[in-house]
Design a protein. Structure first.
Ligand code: SF4
Ligand code: SF4
Length: 270
């Protein structure tokens, strides 16, 4: 993978720049039990955007945001659904970026479930940064975290689904590592009592894929979701997990300051 001196604000631990998201991805292929997708201009968390941006509006939208944040050179797609479940919108938007705004870099946040289906488009694309959310590599735990997975028109549940998710995410990693000049971040949503004892297993399973940074995100309990009554992990417990990881995996780079951004977040990372 590339050694690049360009600084992407989500891939470092210091305040260092701006990014903006194109909320073009409206479908999702699964249901995480902590996720509640909503349209709102007030709620500040992942899965929320004011609306959906159509491809015909992408160029004007970027011009508007570029005027507001002239220092920004990162354009990301992170929802409000999963980008690869909206492959035409994802790659269509990045084609517009390449053609009209060639000095911007493309970034995507995904669960990776539909990345294998879009392997060739992804490998040919201009994506320079990718974040893969891997919340467990254990099938019984995946069966707790995800309600269902829709794949090629079929709906899966339970450990059968967990087995498919594990394989799809491994396949996604095997594809990502084939792409030149890409930087990889692994997001892990830390859910007390569900996966907080398994984080080292995720690092172990992914460390050979040239992961640049791990981002342990405390799950935000959202009312109305299945995990809505689980208390957010304390900062002390989260730090203890990170300390254990640093001891077990010397040299690992762990993010300290994830903002849990909206799907249409724009601006500086402060
Ligand atoms: Fe990229 Fe995700 Fe950061 Fe958005 S939040 S810029 S998609 S890493
Ligand atoms: Fe929500 Fe993303 Fe999970 Fe889909 S993959 S249910 S959008 S958190």
């Amino acid at each position: 993978m590339e050694k690049d001196n360009f600084i992407h604000p989500c891939f470092e631990n210091y305040k260092c720049g701006a990014r903006f998201h194109l909320p073009v991805a409206f479908r999702c292929d699964t249901k995480c039990n902590y996720c509640k997708r909503e349209y709102s201009d007030k709620i500040d968390r992942p899965g929320v955007s004011e609306g959906i941006l159509s491809l015909s509006d992408v160029e004007a939208y970027i011009r508007e945001k570029a005027a507001l944040y002239p220092e920004c050179r990162i354009i990301g797609i992170a929802g409000p659904g999963d980008p690869f479940a909206n492959a035409d919108e994802l790659f269509g938007a990045f084609e517009i970026v390449n053609e009209k705004f060639p000095d911007y870099r493309c970034c995507v946040c995904t669960n990776g479930f539909y990345l294998p289906d879009n392997k060739e488009r992804f490998l040919k694309s201009s994506v320079k940064y990718i974040t893969l959310t891997i919340n467990s590599v254990e099938e019984p735990t995946l069966a707790k975290i995800y309600d269902h997975l829709v794949l090629n028109g079929k709906c899966y549940h339970g450990e059968e689904m967990g087995n498919i998710i594990r394989k799809l995410q491994k396949e996604a990693l095997d594809i990502i590592i084939q792409k030149e000049n890409i930087r990889l971040k692994i997001n892990i949503v830390v859910i007390p009592g569900i996966n907080d004892g398994e984080i080292a297993g995720i690092v172990e399973a992914t460390r050979d894929y040239g992961v640049y940074i791990y981002n342990l995100i405390p799950m935000l309990p959202v009312k109305g979701t299945r995990f809505g009554d689980i208390e957010q992990i304390s900062s002390e417990s989260l730090e203890a997990i990170k300390d254990d990881l640093r001891a077990a995996f010397p040299g690992i780079y762990i993010k300290d300051n994830c903002l849990r951004c909206r799907a249409d977040a724009c601006g500086r990372i402060e």
